[in-house]
Design a protein around this ligand. Structure first.
Ligand SMILES: *Cc1c(COP(=O)(O)O)cnc(C)c1O
Length: 374
């Protein structure tokens, strides 16, 4: 019996079903299925939402990152500094371009890239920095931007989890040279399949990314660049346009639920060595995930699942220890903070539709288990 599912996409779809079906019907009637007016309209809306002059709809968050690094000219011989603790795509795109990911360990409080370690990782071969706004909280961007401007490096924000987040009142995606969003169905703004968006204030980069998105063609059948097929479907854009109107309300729901979790978990009075609730620093956190750190995390996760409560681990293995990156030469112990996070972090159910009863159920199960010496 599932008491509290980890994610609940059906609840959200029920609330917008009629509007979504009308938007899909509009695309079916037009038979403009790839790019076209639906995608252009979403691009204008996401650009405005992120306080950026340009937005380019793409096929996924992964392709958003890939095409952004391509536009910056990242290739063989280059190094790209990124965090050791993220979804695989953040580092995978660097390696796919023939460049070398150089990992920086994270800050223990926020799970985000430690700016001092990123600064220390700069070499003459460094071309770009890819900070990740993990779980919906912006990385500590000002010192990262300072390092980038001191060394002439590009900054690509992996904002896949952070649409709507802000850092010192500036929106995620507008902080670096290029920002990347994912519309994977479980992200805060999710499509009915894969999708993504690139935002930037740099017109030349926007033109380059638009060109790379269609095999580097400009004009059609003439290729100044080698790009790929990174296009966004019109059906996805039409549905995303419907959902975007609700995003601020949904984000408000996530933030309210996070606040309830914070207060109710803290009320149990467990020591930090047993349970740590998320720390927030000078950002508007949009809680793509609500991640606690817990003693005996695996046993706690098992206990929750037995009670019918969903939970997840983001991420059980840091990037520098992935098998496919063995040739980079990293060892266990190289990124102690990320490695500790991989052993202790547990994501609890988090979505706008979560009820107070469900939150109470989760909190009781977590604090009951940990309070009993779990
Ligand atoms: C989801 C995600 C991506 C990849 O996005 P897709 O749309 O699934 O390709 C990249 N980075 C992070 C941090 C993500 O969470």
């Amino acid at each position: 019996m599932t008491v509290v599912p980890f994610v609940d996409l059906k609840a959200q779809f029920a609330a917008i079903e009629n509007e979504a079906r009308a938007a899909i019907d509009r695309v079916l009637a037009s038979q403009r299925l790839i790019l076209g007016p639906e995608v252009e309209s979403l691009e204008r809306e996401i650009a405005a939402y992120s306080a950026c002059a340009h937005a380019i709809g793409v096929s996924s968050g992964t392709d958003a990152l890939l095409v952004s690094l391509m536009a910056l000219g990242v290739g063989p011989g280059d190094e790209v500094i990124t965090t050791a603790y993220s979804f695989f795509a953040t580092a995978g795109v660097i390696v796919r371009l023939g460049a070398k990911p150089v990992f920086a360990d994270i800050e223990p409080a926020t799970f985000n890239m430690d700016p001092a370690l990123a600064a220390a990782a700069v070499t003459p071969r460094t071309k770009a920095i890819v900070p990740v706004h993990l779980y919906g909280q912006c990385a500590e961007m000002d010192p990262i931007l300072d390092v980038a401007s001191a060394h002439g490096l590009g900054v690509v924000e992996d904002a896949a989890q952070a649409i709507g987040a802000t850092y010192k009142d500036r929106p995620a995606g507008s902080l670096g040279d290029i920002g990347c969003f994912s519309f994977f169905p479980t992200k805060n703004l999710g499509a009915l399949g894969d999708g993504g968006m690139v935002v930037t204030n740099d017109r030349a980069l926007a033109e380059r990314i638009g060109c790379l998105r269609q095999h580097g063609a400009s004009p059609k059948f003439h290729h100044p660049l080698v790009g790929g097929n990174f296009r966004l479907d019109a059906i996805q854009a039409a549905v995303l346009g419907v959902k975007l109107k609700y995003l601020n309300g949904w984000t408000g729901g996530r933030r309210l639920n996070a606040d309830l979790y914070d207060k109710k978990l803290a009320a149990a009075g467990l020591p930090e060595s047993v349970l740590r609730i998320p720390q927030v620093r000078q950002t508007r956190h949009v809680y793509h995930q609500y991640v606690i750190r817990a003693r005996r995390r695996d046993a706690l996760g098992e206990h929750l699942r037995q009670q019918g409560i969903g939970c997840g681990i983001y991420y059980p293995l840091p990037l520098h220890l992935q098998e496919c990156f063995a040739a980079l030469g990293y060892q266990a112990g190289d990124m102690p903070v990320a490695e500790a996070a991989a052993g202790e972090s547990l994501a609890l159910p988090m979505y706008p539709e979560l009820s107070v009863d469900q939150i109470d159920t989760v909190v009781a199960a977590v604090t009951g288990f940990l309070g009993d010496g779990g």
